[in-house]
Design a binder for this molecule. Structure first.
Ligand SMILES: [Fe+2]
Ligand SMILES: [Fe+2]
Ligand SMILES: [Fe+2]
Ligand SMILES: [Fe+2]
Length: 399
C-alpha cells in the first residue's frame, strides 16, 4: 500500500521533547556495523542540519512573533533529532575514517539519485557531480593508507570501489560555471524536488565538515588536501542548490523540507539492517509527520494552495543504499573528461576554465596529486579497490 505522509498521524509536538537520557544513544559498532547504516546516519545528519539551518533562515525573515515561536519549537526538535542521529557515530573512528564514509555517501547516494531522476538535465547534474566525489574517495583513501597505515576497504567494505574519477585538480572551475539552471516548479515531478534537496543537504554537510576539521589535522599534506577538497565541496553546494527553483515561497520550501524528511526516514526505516537504528528512523518519521502537518497548515494559510498541488500523492520508492559499481563504471567510461561551461557541459578545456586552473595551481601540483605520488613512494604503489576489473577509462594502475 502506498504511504501518503499527508494522511498519516504523527506524534503531537508537545510529546516530541526528549531528555538527555533518551538523546544519549548507543553508537554503532565501528568494526561490525553495516557500512550503509553509517551512510544512512550521515545522510540524515545532513538532512537534519539543513532542517535547522533552513528554519533559522526562515525565522530571520519572519516578522510575526507567533510564527517565529512555532518555528522555534519545531526547530528545537529538529536539533534534538540531529543530536540523536549524529551521536550514533562511534567516537573511536578517526576524522579521516569518517571522511571516507562521507565520500562513500556522496558516491552511492548521488548515484542512486542519478539513476532514479526522471528529468534529463537534473540527471546530468548528478552524473557530473558523482564522478568528482568518487575521485575524492580515492584521494582520501590514499591519505588514509599513508598516515594511518590502514586500508579504506575496511570502511567501504567492498560495496563501493576506490579508484580515480575525474581528477580532483580538474574540479577547480570558475564559480560562474558552477551555477546550473533550476527546475521549473510549475511542471517538475515532485520526486525531482526531493532529489535536489537531498543531494544539496548532503553536500552542504560535507562542505561544513571539511571546512571545520581540515585545520585540526597535523600532517601538512592532510591539511592541504582537506583545504583543496573543501573548496570543491563549495562548488558542489553551488551546483546542486542552483537546481532548486528559487521561485518557491518560504512556505513551499518549508513544506518540501518536511516532506523530504518524511520520505527519507520512511526510506531508511524500510531498508535499515540494524534494528536499534531502525527504531530511531521510525520514531523520527513519526515526529516528521507532525512537522509536515504543521508546515501544510502554514502553506494553506499563506500560499492559499493545497499541499497536494505540489507534493506527490504518495511517497516514491525508498531511497536505497546499494552498490552502484556498474553505473559508476559506465559514467567513468563516458563522462570522465566533462567540465561545465555556463549552465551546460562540454568536453574541452575552455578559456575561463584554463584561467581558473592557472590561478589556483600557479604551476605547482596540488595536494590531490601529491597525495598519490607520496603514497606511491611510501607504500610502493597507490591505493585502489578495483573489485570489478581494471579502470574503465583506461587509468591503469602503474607499477
Ligand atoms: Fe527533522
Ligand atoms: Fe567530495
Ligand atoms: Fe561533493
Ligand atoms: Fe522536520
Amino acid at each position: 500500500m502506498a504511504f501518503d505522509p499527508l494522511q498519516q498521524r504523527g506524534i503531537p509536538l508537545d510529546e516530541q521533547l526528549r531528555d538527555w537520557r533518551e538523546l544519549n544513544v548507543t553508537p554503532i559498532d565501528p568494526d561490525h556495523a553495516d557500512p550503509y547504516t553509517r551512510c544512512r546516519i550521515i545522510t540524515m545528519n545532513g538532512i537534519e542540519t539543513e532542517a535547522i539551518l533552513f528554519s533559522h533562515q526562515l525565522a530571520r525573515h519572519c516578522p510575526d512573533l507567533e510564527l517565529k515561536q512555532q518555528l522555534a519549537r519545531v526547530r528545537f526538535v529538529e536539533a534534538q533529532q540531529q543530536k540523536a542521529v549524529n551521536w550514533l557515530l562511534p567516537g573511536t573512528s578517526s576524522v579521516l575514517e569518517t571522511t571516507i564514509a562521507y565520500e562513500q555517501v556522496a558516491v552511492d547516494l548521488t548515484a542512486w539519485v542519478a539513476r532514479m531522476e526522471p528529468d534529463s538535465y537534473l540527471k546530468q547534474a548528478y552524473q557530473f557531480g558523482v564522478l568528482e566525489d568518487f575521485d575524492h574517495l580515492y584521494r582520501y583513501a590514499n591519505l588514509y593508507e599513508m598516515i594511518e597505515h590502514r586500508k579504506a576497504e575496511k570502511i567501504v567494505d567492498g560495496l563501493t570501489e576506490v579508484m580515480p574519477g575525474r581528477p580532483t585538480y580538474l574540479h577547480h572551475r570558475d564559480p560562474l560555471d558552477n551555477v546550473r539552471q533550476p527546475y521549473d516548479r510549475s511542471v517538475t515531478e515532485p520526486l525531482s524536488r526531493l532529489h535536489a534537496l537531498t543531494v544539496m543537504a548532503a553536500e552542504q554537510q560535507t562542505m561544513n565538515f571539511y571546512m571545520n576539521v581540515g585545520p585540526a589535522c597535523m600532517e601538512p599534506i592532510a591539511r592541504q588536501l582537506y583545504q583543496e577538497i573543501a573548496m570543491v565541496e563549495e562548488e558542489h553546494v553551488t551546483h546542486y542548490e542552483s537546481l532548486v527553483d528559487p521561485g518557491e515561497s518560504w512556505w513551499e520550501m518549508l513544506l518540501n523540507h518536511e516532506y523530504n524528511e518524511c520520505y527519507l526516514y520512511y526510506s531508511f526505516m524500510e531498508t535499515e539492517s540494524d534494528p536499534k537504528v531502525k527504531n530511531i528512523w521510525e520514531l523520527h518519521l513519526n515526529m516528521e509527520l507532525e512537522h509536515l502537518r504543521l508546515a501544510a497548515d502554514l502553506f494553506r494559510r499563506f500560499d492559499g494552495r493545497e499541499p497536494d498541488q505540489v507534493l506527490a500523492p504518495a511517497l516514491p520508492p525508498p531511497v536505497t543504499f546499494e552498490p552502484n559499481k556498474a553505473y559508476i563504471r559506465e559514467l567513468l567510461a563516458t563522462q570522465i573528461d566533462c567540465t561545465t561551461l555556463g549552465t551546460g557541459y562540454v568536453k574541452e578545456a575552455h578559456e575561463r576554465f584554463t584561467r581558473m586552473q592557472e590561478a589556483v595551481m600557479n604551476g605547482e601540483k596540488p595536494a590531490s596529486e601529491r597525495v598519490i605520488d607520496d603514497n606511491r613512494a611510501i607504500s610502493g604503489r597507490e591505493y585502489r579497490l578495483e573489485t570489478e576489473g581494471p579502470h574503465p577509462a583506461g587509468l591503469q594502475l602503474s607499477s
